[in-house]
Design a protein around this ligand. Structure first.
Ligand code: PGA
Length: 251
């Protein structure tokens, strides 16, 4: 059995002050959570969020990392720096990073390696654009993102890896994939993993759905056998709404 993971992706939202207000409200609301919960927050919020979740089961994640150990990379953050803050997860290859910041399958591959070397858990995002979907390229794109993104990793590395299937056309648009569609596509992703991994490993990798997931559609999405959690953007910014998502729609 795979333990579902509901992760917030705050993107470029919340100052430290706002993060504190959010956590004071959220922590008591989700003390009974049955799934794993992670908050992926801006770099500037990591220390304060980590401090505030102490004593709870809530995990903390970053939204990016540089692939080099250290050096002349002005403005970048290394895996060591995140490890020092006791960060658990790092989102890698989010479509916004691929679209606006030149992230490629190759840089995704190097960043996953940098995470694994420091025992950080990557949440690796894959997903097709609207154009690719309409051109019938969804499977081809996902196959490439997985083949190139995970090139060179060993079976045991997949213990630490979470995959997020995020169709780009569903992100921030209010148009989520239907549960059947998301389930089928995640099933396809697992089929691709089976080509590269022994079944005992491929069956254990958790694959989340992301893209306009909210308290209204989470129950339906989470009822699907292939969907092991969610990566939640806009609906993760309000504590009450995010708590409902953690409870699969219940208040
Ligand atoms: P959304 O974002 O929930 O606002 O669609 C999801 C994501 O980008 O991870």
């Amino acid at each position: 059995m795979r333990t579902p993971i509901i992760a917030a992706n705050w993107k470029m939202n919340k100052t430290q002050k706002e993060a504190k207000v959010f956590l004071k409200e959220l922590i008591p609301l989700i003390s009974d959570a049955e799934c794993e919960v992670a908050l992926c927050v801006p770099f500037t919020g990591l220390a304060v969020v980590k401090r505030m979740v102490k004593g709870t089961k809530i995990k903390v994640g970053a939204q990016n990392v540089h692939f080099a150990e250290k050096g002349a990379y002005t403005g970048e953050i290394s895996a060591d720096m995140l490890k020092e803050l006791k960060v658990d997860y790092v989102i890698i290859g989010h479509s916004e990073r691929r679209q606006y910041f030149g992230e490629t399958d190759e840089s995704v591959n190097k960043k996953i390696a940098a995470c694994l070397a420091k025992k950080l858990r990557p949440i690796v995002c894959v997903g097709e654009t609207l154009e690719e979907r309409e051109g019938g390229l969804t499977e081809k794109v996902l196959e490439r993102q997985i083949r190139e993104g995970f090139r060179g990793f060993k079976s045991k590395d997949f213990d630490k890896i979470v995959i997020a299937y995020e169709p780009v056309w569903a992100i921030g648009t209010g148009k989520n994939a239907t549960s059947e569609d998301a389930n089928a596509t995640i099933g396809y992703i697992r089929q691709v993993l089976r080509k590269y991994l022994p079944k005992s490993i491929s069956e254990k990798v958790r694959i989340q759905y992301g893209g306009s997931m909210n308290s209204g559609n989470v129950k339906e999405l989470m009822s699907m056998p292939e969907i092991d959690g969610g990566l939640i953007g806009s609906a993760s910014l309000k504590a009450e709404e995010f708590a409902k998502i953690v409870h699969y729609g219940r208040a």
